[in-house]
Write a protein of this length. Structure first.
Length: 173
């Protein structure tokens, strides 16, 4: 009885889970022009939002390593801004951007806190599948999914090292 009274004494916006000012865009509901809940897009958005500072730091350091004199010299010689970007800036910052992508991808692959809040049966990701198998307990599934996560991380790191010009054992080719 006390719970019913406490619900009745609350304002309507506290009882109703919908957010009225977002309803016209369909952001809070499963209908409307923008459907985010229960899709992989909301998971991607959450991962990018959470791990974007890593990519920003990497991109900022890569851009700060490009000297302005190089871009100024190219523009003095008649190159357009697009050509300066394509021929000078992009080749110099590509390694930093790749490293930033790796720094975002690896933690996002094992992200559990955002996934638990935003996943459903259609958008199960590896960390939530590991958690579900752990709670059942199905230790074989936990081990198999953990090895899969480890293999994906190792492949991304090895490919990243190869693209950055190194090798796994510190010897350049």
């Amino acid at each position: 009885m006390g719970d019913i009274l406490s619900v009745r004494l609350r304002p309507a916006w506290m009882v109703d889970p919908r957010i009225p000012w977002l309803e016209p865009w369909g952001v809070c509901q499963s209908s409307g022009p923008i459907i985010l809940y229960g899709t992989l897009w909301i998971l991607l958005l959450a991962y990018l939002t959470k791990h974007m500072p890593f990519a920003f730091m990497s991109a900022k350091s890569a851009l700060s390593s490009v000297h302005l004199e190089l871009e100024s010299a190219a523009s003095i010689l008649g190159a357009s801004r697009l050509r300066v970007l394509r021929d000078i800036t992009a080749p110099l910052i590509k390694h930093g951007l790749l490293a930033g992508w790796i720094l975002v991808f690896i933690p996002s692959l094992k992200e559990l806190s955002a996934s638990v809040l935003l996943y459903n049966s259609k958008t199960t990701v590896i960390p939530t599948a590991i958690m579900d198998a752990y709670l059942l307990p199905q230790w074989e599934a936990v081990a198999a999914l953990s090895v899969l996560l480890l293999v994906i991380n190792a492949v991304v790191v090895v490919v990243g090292y190869r693209c950055l010009g190194g090798s796994m054992f510190g010897q350049s080719e």
